[in-house]
Write a protein that binds this ligand. Structure first.
Ligand code: GEK
Length: 249
């Protein structure tokens, strides 16, 4: 039996390398993200619901930084439910630049009998050529993109999204107010402890993510989305320093 429990940071590491989406991470990723992101299951489920509601036949849906495909599969199920006969006209393109993630995702999607076509692409979402789409999902991915490249992606998505479409953006966030920041981080660390992570795991992962996962404030996200041409933005989920926004085109 394969062990799928996340123990990536469980033993003392002599040297903490910057966090990578390699084979060791991909092989335990379901467990890692579920125990590390408050509300992850709800966010995945509601991502699918939003995709069902805002997808338009004849256009694509993107899942950017798809990892093992949780959001893609949720979108696929809800598109099928919402659009029934037209579901085959709403393909999903899932993009990730980790081969370790995509090979596992490919195995998952191939087992499903669904009318909604799914293709995966091993590519960098920063330089990808987006085409006409109605839904784009960035679930905990933009936070890993260098700050200077984030506007290029959001602008390109806004430019290629049809009117009536929606972008779902889920992120780890930070707070301007130092007291609020400390409170939210301490509540978040309690959440990780309650999910079985040790102090060593929490601190080694924090070090590995330093300069790799760069959170921004909700205000910075909203400003970028509105400046890129989205007409309105709503926060529909927040728990501690994790939030999900939906931006309408
Ligand atoms: C989920 N959305 O389960 N281009 C493409 N992919 C990238 C890039 C890039 N430049 N940078 C990072 N990634 C998923 C979870 S995880 C979030 C997303 C997390 C990919 C990276 O390989 C990884 O699979 C994903 O973005 C981020 O809802 O681990 O916290």
């Amino acid at each position: 039996m394969t062990n799928t429990t996340d123990r990536v940071f469980a033993n003392t590491l002599d040297h903490i390398k910057p966090f990578e989406f390699n084979d060791a991470v991909a092989s335990v990723f379901d467990d890692m993200i579920e125990r590390s992101v408050p509300g992850y299951r709800s966010i995945v489920l509601q991502t699918g619901m939003l995709a069902g509601k805002f997808s338009i036949p004849g256009t694509t849906c993107y899942d950017l930084g798809s990892s093992l495909g949780a959001a893609t599969l949720s979108m696929r199920h809800q598109i099928e439910r919402h659009h029934q006969q037209s579901a085959a006209k709403i393909p999903i393109i899932a993009i990730d630049n980790s081969a370790a993630m995509l090979s596992r995702m490919n195995a998952r999607i191939s087992n499903e009998g669904s009318p909604v076509p799914v293709t995966t692409e091993l590519a960098d979402i920063t330089t990808y050529s987006y085409t006409k789409h109605s839904v784009a999902v960035l679930n905990f991915t933009l936070q890993f993109i260098p700050l200077q490249d984030r506007s290029t992606i959001i602008q390109s998505l806004a430019d290629n999204m049809i009117s009536g479409g929606a972008l779902i953006l889920s992120e780890k966030i930070k707070f301007e107010d130092e007291q609020q920041q400390q409170l939210m981080v301490s509540m978040y660390e309690n959440f990780k402890r309650s999910n079985g992570y040790s102090e060593l795991e929490i601190s080694q992962k924090r070090d590995a993510l330093e300069n790799v996962l760069i959170p921004e404030t909700l205000q910075a996200h909203k400003k970028r989305l509105l400046n890129s041409g989205f007409s309105s933005v709503e926060v529909w989920f927040q728990c501690f320093n994790f939030a999900s926004l939906v931006a309408f085109r």
